[in-house]
Write a protein of this length. Structure first.
Length: 118
């Protein structure tokens, strides 16, 4: 009877991992990048995919909703890039992919549309 070959842990392809953090927090970004480096090495890719949409009218949108949208869609993207750019540069390069919704390309009457800025 033949034995099935079991690949070693080193030969097994890496499975995706989810490291949670608040994208609006530079402290959380630093923690997540440090955890990534300790588990897997310097990140070679960052995919910024966090984003929200608040369907508010410009004349009635609460300032807090608008600020939260900006913090997540814009500031969070910026902080993510800022957190990985130096480690990637020291490693010799990497890729940063910023993903945004196509809804930012379409006008909606009376709706505050800053998701295009993400």
């Amino acid at each position: 009877m033949r034995q099935r070959h079991q690949p070693s842990e080193a030969a097994t392809p890496a499975r995706p991992r989810n490291l949670q953090g608040d994208v609006t927090s530079a402290v959380d970004w630093a923690r997540v990048v440090a955890e990534c480096e300790s588990r897997f090495g310097v990140p070679s890719i960052l995919a910024n995919n966090a984003g929200i949409f608040r369907p508010n009218r410009v004349d009635s949108a609460p300032e807090a909703d608008y600020r939260k949208l900006i913090d997540i869609n814009q500031i969070g993207t910026f902080l993510g890039m800022q957190a990985v750019v130096d480690p990637m540069r020291e490693k010799g390069g990497g890729s940063i992919v910023n993903i945004c919704s196509t809804s930012g390309l379409v006008a909606s009457a009376g709706v505050v549309r800053v998701d295009a800025a993400a």
